[in-house]
Write a protein that binds this ligand. Structure first.
Ligand code: GTP
Length: 987
């Protein structure tokens, strides 16, 4: 005996392969799939003991007529006039139009040939007006053949019908239909098959054989209900012989989009009746046509098989025609039960598909339509949906950057974002929130990463984990390193002269021949407490370099020397420098310079600086003040000593020299003879000649290293500045560098950095910190202090504001720091400081104007303007307490008067309206008023159409169709008012 395959046996038993598989499993037989073979003894066993469903089906056979009649009763509800002829053994193409007036549709065309009681069936097959009501049906219950009248009347569930006639078989019409298609479908070329779409059993229409009832109901959602036309869209397949899941495009359980609402005018599983909207799925093409006989009659729209695309089960082992279809009955189901194209009815939002029969479309149009169907339509544009995949964008990335990543048109994203309430151009930087909203809408998890995170991710892709490396270090690994010092101060107060004097003070100078090279940084040695202590100086005076480095995230400086000329006192740039240092949490040593000059008043400088929280040690503070004369090299040693004392007291300057070097490029240039030359400051590890190195987007191998004396060095330990030769290009000041495991890695890291830099070159972080976002930033641990810069028109008000702000009690968790204050307009320096320190600028009766305002905008610095002090105080207090809420006011954008209501099964009610004022925009918030009384508000203009086109806005004087989503309680003469909430600028 030949081996039998599972699906063959399933077919034989009239059950689903799946059910048989399950049954086999229960029986302890391991069978992998439906195409697996089964050993003869097992086959025998199964035949003797078939699956329950099969047994049930067998039993059902005897009651077939009743079921057939039950089926036949169904179409009453829809009064489908396209029923096949009674005695459907030869179902010909149906005659469109109400040819059969009787409410009862004749039995399934194939039934008579298969059913146990052909006579009864034949009797049933006649149009039976008597079946239209249960009352009529009642007398007929005596025989199975007459059970048909007992079928539910429209709206009545089959279950109810079954309950009413307990003796009658359940009218779920399972078994009898199954053989139908098998017998009918392959009708050899001759007789025309049933009209496509009307014969649910025709495998040619993608209908496989029915499944046992139990299984069907298991699939969830497919109830055996009958007769409820309103539900037909969803259960159409069920009615006509319970098609397998996957054959019913409307079954919500099968994941097909439901065409929405009632489909009362559709012919259910068999396809639409002529002229009815197509239920969805691709239209058949000639390739699908089995034979001429199956072609619908002229004038008839070829119904698409109910399957459509993506049917899970496909046509399955349907008829003899093989999987997915058989010749003979209308259009052939697609092989395997549905090709890759086409799908069920619904498309896009409010608008596409459904509707009237349209002209034939080209393949391209269909393809485009299909793609549209997949894309959510927001604001009239369709953007393909993500499935939650993670997309990483750089901080400061724009819509264009994101569009690139998901391969869509940036303009579409602009529109989408607009409809989500955010306005941005395609190239404008977006903040994290905006990306969040956009991502949530489009189904992407957009991660905005900071430069540091990005670096981390970049390194981790090369198996370099700097954090883990640092964490793994123990105290034993760490060794003391020299402090790195930057000299800052007001113009002409002697910074350069002081740096020169310090250079000269180098105790090693005589041995090395003095510092001859200006490489951007140098190291001097001094004797301190009996030891030789090196100190590294950044050789670029002024806070601009300091700020530039900080802005790149490079923390280079350990200690700042603030130079103040004793004859001049504290000047504006003194304060700026001070603010920068304080904002960076860098301890300050004050060098009171030019004490040799007549009129020098070092004490005055001390006094002045107390106002800025720099209190000299002799006054009980913690700041060391050293009176020096750079010109006369006076007290330079003391200054160096003060630096070391401060470093020892305030800082833990240790680093691990025994690892690959990491550090920062201090400056770099292209030397004609030597090529790119970069001065780097080693911060950790030891840099050695021959190391593969990557600095920013430059990479190379360290060919040679020079110190500030022009001497070649073989290795550079932490805090050691050296000039590096061997890079392929010039890095930027502030770029971090590291030694890579090999040249290739160095090059790849450099290339990746370069690519990322290119992308972000125009974009910068739009929002650094704002009062609104402060609380989140605090919660996220991004900040623990609110940095403020106060600017006012008169010093009195600035002081008053500062005093009041400092009195705000916000608990211990949050700090408030005023890093700068001053009188006059908000300057570029203020903005730079704010940018480098994540500060917010409060302007009291002063503004940032012109270019400064632009820079602030570009840099994402928040400037808040106030005219009343208490308002500023209130805001800051609220922000610190996490209570600051933006204030909004409602602004009316348009009104439309409803003229007529169109009821759409698909969209609900559509209000045909005339725009009275302003414009009505899709997505806008809306309120309905009836005779001046607000009926409801907070609605959304879910859909907007001009004639048949979806539009995004309709202006005054034009008519349009407005859909308000699920809100349907609209009447003619109602007024739709759209409005938006605009943030009120705080005064
Ligand atoms: N008398 C006297 N003059 C000094 C002293 N230090 C600097 N100067 C003079 O002050 C002037 C400015 O000195 P710089 O060192 O150029 O000052 P700077 O702060 O570097 O100036 P910028 O580079 O313009 O910011 C020069 O003419 C110096 O000679 C000092 O200790 N005593």
């Amino acid at each position: 005996m030949a081996k039998v395959r599972v699906y063959e046996l399933a077919k034989e038993l009239g059950v689903e392969s799946k059910a048989l598989l399950a049954h086999l499993k229960e029986q302890g037989e391991f069978v992998r799939s439906a195409s697996s073979t089964i050993e003869p003894p097992v086959v025998r066993k199964i035949r003797e003991n078939p699956p329950a469903a099969a047994k049930k089906a067998d039993t059902a056979k005897s009651t077939a007529p009743a079921k057939a009649t039950a089926k036949s009763a169904e179409p009453q509800a829809g009064s489908t006039p396209t029923a096949p002829k009674p005695g459907g053994a030869k179902p010909g193409p149906a005659t469109p139009g109400p040819a059969v007036p009787g409410p009862a549709k004749p039995a399934d065309p194939v039934a008579p040939s298969q059913q146990a009681a052909p006579a009864a069936s034949a009797a049933e097959a006649k149009p039976a007006p008597a079946a239209s009501t249960p009352a009529d049906a009642a007398p007929a219950q005596s025989t199975p053949a007459e059970a048909a009248p007992a079928a539910p009347k429209p709206g009545e569930r089959s279950g109810e019908a079954a309950a009413a006639t307990p003796s009658a078989p359940r009218p779920t019409a399972e078994k009898p239909a199954a053989p139908g298609p098998r017998k009918e479908a392959p009708r050899p070329g001759g007789k025309p098959g049933p009209r496509p779409g009307n014969n649910p059993f025709a495998s040619s229409q993608g209908m496989g054989r029915e499944r046992p009832r139990a299984e069907r109901t298991d699939r969830g959602g497919e109830r055996p209900d009958r007769g409820d036309r309103g539900d037909r869209g969803e259960r159409g397949g069920d009615r006509a012989g319970s098609p397998r899941p996957g054959n019913n495009p409307f079954a919500s359980s099968q994941g097909m989009p439901r065409p929405g609402g009632s489909r009362g005018n559709q012919a259910g599983p068999g396809g639409p009746r002529p002229g009815a909207p197509r239920p969805g799925g691709p239209r058949p093409n000639p390739g699908m046509m089995p034979d001429r006989a199956a072609v619908p009659r002229p004038g008839e729209r070829p119904a698409r098989g109910p399957g459509g695309r993506g049917r899970p089960g496909g046509g399955g082992p349907g008829g003899p025609g093989g999987p997915g279809g058989a010749p003979g009955g209308g259009f052939r189901g697609r092989p395997g039960g549905g090709g890759p194209r086409g799908r069920g009815g619904t498309q896009g939002a409010f608008g596409r598909g459904g509707g009237k029969v349209r002209g034939r479309k080209s393949k391209r149009a269909k393809r485009a339509e299909f793609e549209q169907m997949q894309a959510p339509s927001i604001g009239g544009v369709s953007v393909p949906r993500g499935n939650g995949q993670s997309i990483t964008v750089r901080r400061g990335a724009s819509l264009s950057d994101f569009a690139d990543k998901i391969n869509v048109d940036p303009a579409a994203l602009v529109t989408v974002l607009f409809h989500l309430g955010e306005m941005a151009t395609a190239t404008q930087s977006l903040d994290e929130d905006a990306f969040g909203v956009l991502g949530a809408e489009l189904g992407y998890d957009i991660r905005v990463v900071s430069p540091e995170e990005e670096e981390r991710e970049l390194f981790s892709s090369f198996n370099i984990d700097l954090d883990a490396e640092t964490e793994a270090e123990t105290d034993e690994d760490l060794e003391a390193r020299p402090p790195v010092v930057t000299v800052m101060g007001h113009v002409d107060h002697g910074k350069t002269r002081l740096l020169d004097a310090i250079r000269k003070a180098d105790v090693g100078e005589s041995e090395t021949g003095g510092i001859t090279q200006h490489i951007g940084a140098y190291q001097v040695h001094t004797h301190h407490e009996g030891a030789d202590r090196p100190i590294t100086f950044i050789d670029t005076p002024g806070h601009e370099a300091f700020t530039a480095m900080r802005a790149r995230g490079a923390k280079v400086t350990d200690i700042a020397i603030l130079v103040v000329a004793a004859n001049d006192g504290v000047m504006p740039q003194t304060i700026e420098a001070l603010n920068h240092a304080q904002a960076a949490d860098v301890p300050i040593v004050v060098a009171v310079n030019k004490i040799d000059v007549d009129g020098a008043n070092p004490q005055k400088v001390r006094q002045q600086l107390t106002e800025y929280n720099l209190i000299a040690e002799e006054y009980g503070g913690e700041t060391m003040f050293v009176d020096v004369s750079a010109k006369n090299d006076q007290n330079i040693d003391t200054l160096l000593e003060a630096v070391l004392l401060t470093a020892d007291a305030a800082l833990d300057l240790r680093a691990n020299p025994n690892k690959d070097a990491r550090g920062v490029a201090i400056e770099a240039n292209l030397d004609r003879g030597r090529g790119p030359v970069a001065t780097v400051l080693v911060q950790q590890g030891t840099l050695t000649v021959g190391d593969a190195i990557v600095a920013g987007s430059a990479h190379g191998r360290v060919r040679a290293m020079l110190d500030e004396h022009g001497n070649n060095v073989q290795e550079a330990t932490p805090s050691r500045p050296v000039q590096v030769l061997g890079l392929a290009s010039v890095p930027r000041a502030g770029d971090t560098f590291l030694v890579a495991p090999d040249d290739r890695t160095a090059r790849q890291i450099a290339e990746k950095r370069e690519g990322a830099d290119r992308q972000a070159s125009l974009a910068k972080a739009r929002k650094r910190i704002s009062l609104e976002s402060l609380n989140e930033a605090l919660a996220a641990g991004k900040v623990d202090t609110l940095n403020l810069i106060l600017k006012g028109d008169v010093s009195g008000s600035v002081e008053a504001l500062e005093d009041a702000l400092l009195q705000i009690d916000v608990g211990e968790e949050v700090g408030l720091r005023i890093i700068d204050r001053g009188v006059g307009a908000i300057t570029l320096n203020n903005i730079n400081l704010a940018a480098a320190s994540d500060a917010i600028i409060l302007g009291y009766n002063v503004r940032a104007e012109g270019q400064n305002a632009d820079v602030a905008e570009r840099e994402g610095v928040e400037i808040r303007y106030y005219g009343v002090i208490y308002q500023a105080i209130e805001d800051i207090e609220d922000a610190l307490k996490g209570m600051l809420k933006p204030e909004y006011e409602e602004v009316e954008t348009g009104t439309a008067e409803i003229r007529e209501i169109f009821r759409s099964s698909k969209f609900g009610n559509v209000a045909g309206s005339l725009v009275r004022s302003g414009e009505i925009r899709r997505g806008a918030k809306a309120r309905i008023t009836r005779e001046g009384v607000v009926i409801t508000e907070g609605l959304e203009i879910a859909g907007l159409r001009r004639f048949k086109d979806d539009v995004t806005e309709v202006r005054e004087g034009f008519e349009c169709g407005i859909n308000l989503g699920s809100f349907n309680d609209v009447q003619p003469d109602d007024l739709i008012t759209t409005y938006e909430m605009r943030e009120i600028p705080r005064s």
